[in-house]
Write a protein that binds this ligand. Structure first.
Ligand SMILES: *[C@@H]1O[C@H](CO)[C@@H](O)[C@H](O)[C@H]1NC(C)=O
Ligand SMILES: *[C@@H]1O[C@H](CO)[C@@H](O)[C@H](O)[C@H]1NC(C)=O
Ligand SMILES: *[C@@H]1O[C@H](CO)[C@@H](O)[C@H](O)[C@H]1NC(C)=O
Ligand SMILES: *[C@@H]1O[C@H](CO)[C@@H](O)[C@H](O)[C@H]1NC(C)=O
Ligand SMILES: *[C@@H]1O[C@H](CO)[C@@H](O)[C@H](O)[C@H]1NC(C)=O
Ligand SMILES: *[C@@H]1O[C@H](CO)[C@@H](O)[C@H](O)[C@H]1NC(C)=O
Ligand SMILES: *[C@@H]1O[C@H](CO)[C@@H](O)[C@H](O)[C@H]1NC(C)=O
Ligand SMILES: *[C@@H]1O[C@H](CO)[C@@H](O)[C@H](O)[C@H]1NC(C)=O
Ligand SMILES: *[C@@H]1O[C@H](CO)[C@@H](O)[C@H](O)[C@H]1NC(C)=O
Ligand SMILES: *[C@@H]1O[C@H](CO)[C@@H](O)[C@H](O)[C@H]1NC(C)=O
Ligand SMILES: *[C@@H]1O[C@H](CO)[C@@H](O)[C@H](O)[C@H]1NC(C)=O
Length: 638
């Protein structure tokens, strides 16, 4: 009943306004709309009518096209960037300092003994043109060797490369016999990597012996260190007291105690100044060297692991507070025997975020678990990519890569427990799919801070001052009157803000909703003189149109049912439409002559109650409006 009432109301509204045929609706609309074109279509003569119709349609399509363009532009979510440069009091960056050598050779010698002997033998074999038979009897531990041996590939005949073992019968632990060597230009060194059963073997080729042996040694050392707990490893590395000889921040003295220790598999113990984890970050009020951080470091070059680290110096990284220092990926070297001055400019990039750019605020919406979160560090894309790689490593090789932190419940790879991990790792490392998958998953962070550095260097200490400086430093270090330091072991660093210490690149929306609306309105107004209300009028007309259609459909279906019902009686009685037309238009009379004498026509056909139709409803739907429409049309005619 509710619905019926509602329908009735709608109908009443229709008859009062636009009438209830399509044509009446259209005429009513053209007469009443506030857009300029349609009115003229109605009231002008036929030629002008055509012209106005054309113009209206043309401009309407023009407006629609323009709207499309504007909406498309808006939905492209473009950004404009604004740049600001200047000086303001800012937090001093976190400074991470590492020694280039992760361990002190004197402390890790016992772990690396077998490996170093092997390495010496390998170098001897590769470099010597004639295999030296001199001290070949030295007992080498071939357990290490057999997992990932180095081989020479003789490519002098490119179609049939010959693989030469460095230790010909290395499978025999007892008495290794020198293998064949090859020194011709057509030879190259490669690492042989085999899967568990030695069913699949690949070669990792190198163009230079230096690279080959360094990679090989690093891999083997990784193997050894991964079996030692991290706490133990940290003890084998340099301590803060050894590394940081002097520290001054602005006018305030500081010491190694102001640094946070972080063990880094690549560089051993790293020391972080001003990390902001436990205490507040220190601000720097002024630009210039005098207000920055001044450090003197001792890198103890003489205690480097000979085959592991061939670069000497300090490794340095400036980064944001509470972020993990990816020293290997982003750090810079400071040379020993020099003073390095680093002027810092804070480069801040603020992205707008979804939908303008794909970035993440804190990494919570990235589908990769951050393995660095144990350190309470913030999200960064490096952390994400490393986490992603470690995930894949654990999935495919069932053990974790030594240089990245371990997720819960995983173990680091080593030859003993995971015999084919090197093969698996190098396949994964080489895999483009893996890298693309990780890049695809990881997002940049929305606020990105980078430290742009201006670096200058000079010899330090100068020849004239060398004497007293080393004297003083040596005494401070080990209370000896002898000079125990040398130019090879000391690094001086100055880190300070430049005159302009910040540069902010901020994204803002290039097109906002106000821009969109004013453009849409401008176009509509310019071509058709309309406003939003005109659009509402139009929507109203469309609703009316739908209503009229619905009514017509209802009437049609009713008439259809009626017809069917009457078909059960013998003759075809006049249809509903005919009856209605008869009521509406008195000039029209149903052609009774045709129906009347029809075969088996019911003489009472017209007066028959129509089965299946509820007459009261029907009447209220149909009959009432009729009078009014008639009176309307009468009024128009007058
Ligand atoms: C062989 O090794 C022994 C000790 O291991 C050493 O004394 C000798 O000098 C070595 N010989 C050569 C030729 O290097
Ligand atoms: C060789 O090295 C393996 C693992 O590094 C070790 O278990 C084994 O005891 C070593 N063999 C000898 C003879 O030193
Ligand atoms: C391996 O060493 C054993 C003795 O330990 C010897 O009998 C055997 O012939 C050696 N194999 C090879 C291939 O040299
Ligand atoms: C070694 O290879 C055989 C077949 O070649 C395979 O059935 C077996 O699982 C492999 N062993 C390992 C540890 O993968
Ligand atoms: C290394 O060299 C060998 C022999 O030339 C070749 O068969 C192999 O494909 C190379 N490996 C790679 C990874 O290029
Ligand atoms: C270094 O630490 C001491 C106390 O441990 C503190 O008083 C001093 O302010 C710190 N210096 C800097 C530069 O943070
Ligand atoms: C990003 O930087 C803006 C402006 O400095 C700051 O308001 C916002 O809190 C920062 N967002 C994050 C996640 O640090
Ligand atoms: C990360 O940011 C989202 C909102 O962007 C917030 O709901 C969520 O709690 C944040 N997570 C952490 C760990 O701060
Ligand atoms: C990380 O933060 C939690 C609580 O904020 C703290 O309990 C934990 O000790 C912190 N971990 C590290 C490594 O600082
Ligand atoms: C890693 O494993 C997945 C499925 O377990 C496999 O599709 C993919 O090829 C593997 N990647 C490599 C490099 O072996
Ligand atoms: C200092 O050097 C002298 C001779 O060079 C040496 O006898 C003495 O033991 C050294 N002192 C220390 C503390 O190393």
């Amino acid at each position: 009943m509710q619905v019926k009432k509602y329908l009735l109301k709608c109908l009443h509204r229709l008859q009062k306004g636009p009438g209830y045929t399509y044509k009446e609706l259209l005429v009513w609309y053209c007469n009443n709309t506030n857009t300029h074109g349609p009115k003229r279509i109605i009231c002008e003569g036929p030629k002008k009518q055509a012209m106005w119709l054309m113009l209206t349609l043309l401009f309407a399509s023009l407006v629609l096209w323009q709207w499309g363009v504007f909406i498309q532009t808006y939905l492209s979510w473009e950004v404009s960037v604004s740049l600001s440069v200047g000086f303001k009091a800012m937090d001093f960056p976190a400074v991470t300092i590492c020694n280039a050598s992760p361990f002190r050779y004197s402390k890790v010698k016992h772990l690396l003994k077998d490996l170093d002997e092997l390495m010496e033998a390998v170098l001897e074999r590769i470099v010597a043109s004639e295999p030296s038979h001199t001290n070949a009897t030295k007992a080498l531990n071939f357990t290490i060797w057999n997992h990932t041996p180095l081989v020479l590939i003789d490519e002098r005949n490119p179609r049939h490369p010959v693989v030469l073992d460095l230790f010909a019968d290395s499978h025999n632990d007892s008495s290794p016999v020198p293998g064949r060597t090859c020194n011709a230009p057509g030879c190259k060194v490669a690492m042989r990597l085999c899967s568990v059963n030695r069913t699949v073997c690949t070669f990792r080729n190198f163009s230079s012996v230096t690279q080959a042996v360094t990679e090989w040694y690093t891999l083997q050392a990784t193997n050894i260190f991964s079996q030692v707990p991290t706490q133990e490893l940290a003890k084998l590395s340099y301590t803060g007291e050894q590394v940081i000889l002097a520290c001054l921040f602005g006018a305030e003295p500081c010491s190694y105690r102001n640094f946070t220790t972080l063990f880094h598999p690549d560089y051993g113990n790293c020391y972080i100044f001003n990390w902001g984890m436990t205490e507040k970050a220190v601000p720097s009020a002024n630009p210039g060297v005098e207000f920055g951080l001044k450090l003197v470091l001792d890198i103890s070059q003489e205690d480097y692991v000979p085959f592991l680290t061939s670069t000497a110096g300090a490794r340095l990284l400036l980064h944001e507070q509470r972020s993990y220092p990816f020293v290997k990926d982003e750090g810079i070297y400071a040379m020993s025997g020099t003073e390095t001055s680093i002027g810092v400019l804070v480069d801040k990039l603020e992205r707008k975020g979804e939908p303008y750019s794909h970035c993440t605020v804190n990494g919570s919406d990235v589908p990769v678990h951050n393995i660095y979160s144990d350190h309470n560090t913030t999200y960064s894309i490096q952390a994400c990519i490393h986490s992603c790689f470690q995930d894949h490593m654990i999935q495919n090789c069932s053990c974790g890569y030594y240089l990245y932190p371990l997720p819960q419940g995983a173990r680091y790879c080593n030859d003993k427990d995971f015999p084919d991990w090197v093969y698996c790792y190098s396949e994964l490392h080489r895999s483009l799919d893996q890298r693309e998958a990780c890049i695809g998953m990881c997002k940049e962070s929305c606020n990105d801070t980078q430290y742009k550095m201006t670096i200058s260097m000079a010899d330090w200490p100068s020849e004239a001052s060398e004497d007293w400086i080393f004297h003083v430093l040596s005494q401070e270090r080990d209370q000896s009157t002898n000079i125990t330091l040398s130019r090879k072991g000391v690094v001086k660093l100055n880190i300070y803000f430049q005159e302009f210490n910040y540069r902010t690149i901020e994204e803002s929306a290039a097109y906002n909703i106000v821009w969109l609306l004013s453009n849409l309105g401008g176009q509509f107004g310019f071509w058709m003189g309309g406003s939003v209300l005109c659009l509402i009028e139009f929507a109203e007309i469309i609703i009316d149109f739908v209503w009229i259609t619905v009514i017509k459909l209802v009437a049609f279906s009713k008439s259809l049912r009626q017809k069917r019902a009457q078909a059960r009686y013998s003759g075809p009685p006049p249809t509903v439409a005919e009856l209605v037309e008869a009521h509406t238009n008195f000039a029209f009379q149903p052609d009774m002559a045709n129906h009347g004498p029809g075969p088996g026509a019911d003489p009472d056909g017209q007066t028959l109650p129509i089965p299946g139709t509820p007459p009261p409803n029907y009447d209220s739907l149909r009959l009432q409006p009729l009078d009014i429409i008639e009176s309307d049309s009468d009024g128009d005619a007058i």
